[in-house]
Design a protein around this ligand. Structure first.
Ligand code: GUN
Ligand code: ZN
Length: 431
């Protein structure tokens, strides 16, 4: 028997990309709207009265004035860094060596990996994030823990074993061969298992030998429908280090490119300090660029050129980069993207910020035929936002004259208290 439910509230959905078309053509907002769900899928979105009239007797959840949207999609995170988020005072390489690598070493223990995976999903779901694309550690156990937990919760999720065979502590080094073999076995076990996807994951060029990058490229060529995620041009001293490690490379991107690690499913985290050649090649490949704004300010990496790259039509997602990023919240992440835009001379509209955190990230991950929007045919991963979740937000929202003025205080000042409801494949979560 099919199961039908109707969730009522304000609804916000996108009919197009608000970076590319005028706002009125990109956004659909119903002040009294509804989402009809059947067997975990969205079957209709529209005015509440019309849906009620057309579907009499259906089970109704009325969220009042809360804003119903797609769940957030975090396009780049490191779930194993959950316990070391907000560690003080280092820049990238120092931060990796001081905090990250010692913590990642602990994931050889499956029980610890399982504990952190559960904690991570508790935190992301309570912040309204319904899909993440995460790095794991070099340990296959860390991948098992991530996918087992995501599967238990029915989540759409993407992750991969992080591969490193140099410039990391011995306990965190694999080899070109074992990285290939382990990644392949994990991929064959988890990729397209229900809602899960496997991402081939060389950490970044400094921690992979050319032989390992070559092995990752060969694996990707065998399984081209998998995404491939890594880091690119995050900090200037990192770029200098890459040029020393790869003296023949034309630039940072070339270290991936010469090993078959560029193409439509590529996801490059950060991508801040790009040369013109790199930009042209990334555009040509239709690769995904993932903006990690809280991380970029927290670790002092630099200002991502959202405006310029959007104008040139890149495929861009938004991400927390937990725990280099300083928050699990995609609201806080949108706020940081706004602030970095301002420092770069362009104010991102709330619709653009919200699009990045949902449909844009889903598109970057090439999951937009499944998630990231409220539209018939998509999976019913939905959140309800309370637009007056704290006294400070409520008093500003009370003055709002339109949806954007009502939503922007929550984007700028909101946190997990703003998440009034989460549904995974149409089923409500206890949060
Ligand atoms: N570059 C390589 N590894 C990492 C990581 O774990 N976090 C961030 N922010 N950058 C990286
Ligand atoms: Zn990262």
């Amino acid at each position: 028997m099919t199961r039908k439910t109707l969730i009522l509230g304000q609804t916000l959905s996108f009919t197009a990309d608000p970076f590319q078309v005028a706002l009125e053509d990109a956004v659909r907002h119903e002040t009294r709207g509804g989402i009809l769900i059947e067997d975990g899928m969205i079957v209709a979105v529209g005015p509440a009265d019309d849906l009620r009239a057309a579907h009499k007797g259906v089970e109704i959840t009325d969220m009042g004035g809360a804003l119903l949207t797609a769940g957030f999609v975090d396009a780049h995170a490191h779930y194993p860094q959950t316990a070391i988020i907000a560690s003080w005072g280092k820049r990238l390489i120092d931060w990796l060596n001081t905090y990250t690598f010692p913590e990642e070493t602990r994931f050889a223990d499956p029980a610890y990996a399982a504990e952190i995976a559960a904690r991570y999903f508790d935190l992301t779901l309570s912040n309204g994030t319904t899909t993440v694309c995460s790095f794991c550690t070099i340990h296959p156990e860390s991948v098992e823990a991530f996918f087992s937990e995501a599967q238990k919760r029915g989540l759409r999720a993407v992750a991969g074993k992080t591969c490193m065979d140099r410039n990391a502590p011995e306990a965190l080094r694999d080899t070109a061969r074992s990285a290939y073999d382990d990644s392949k076995a994990l991929l064959q076990r988890w990729h397209r298992s229900g809602r899960l996807g496997y991402a081939i994951t060389p950490r970044f060029s400094p921690t992979s030998t050319p032989a390992q990058l070559e092995a990752m490229g060969a694996l990707w060529a065998e399984f081209p429908d998998c995404p491939m995620q890594t880091h690119l041009s995050e900090q200037t001293d990192e770029i200098v280090w890459v040029s020393e490690l790869f003296p023949d490379a034309r630039d940072y991107l070339d270290t991936y490119e010469t090993h078959g690690l560029i193409g439509p499913g590529a996801l490059f985290g950060h991508a801040i300090h790009l040369t013109d050649r790199e930009k042209a090649r990334l555009k040509d490949a239709d690769a995904g660029l993932i903006h990690c704004p809280t991380s970029n300010s927290f670790i002092g990496s630099g200002l991502f050129d959202m405006h310029g790259l959007q104008q040139d039509g890149y495929r861009i997602g938004l991400a927390t980069d937990t725990g280099g990023g300083s928050s699990f919240s995609m609201l806080r992440t949108m706020a940081a993207a706004y602030e970095i835009g301002q420092l770069n001379g362009s104010a991102l509209h709330p619709a653009q910020l919200y699009w990045l955190a949902t449909a844009g990230s889903a598109r970057a991950l090439r999951l937009d035929t499944w998630i990231g929007n409220l539209a018939p045919g998509l999976e019913a991963d939905i959140i309800a936002l309370d637009l007056a979740s704290t006294p400070a937000i409520a008093q500003r929202a009370a003055r709002a004259e339109d949806l954007w003025e009502a939503l922007f205080p929550t984007i700028m000042m909101g946190d997990d208290r703003a998440i009034a409801g989460v549904w995974i494949s149409g089923d409500p979560l206890e949060i």
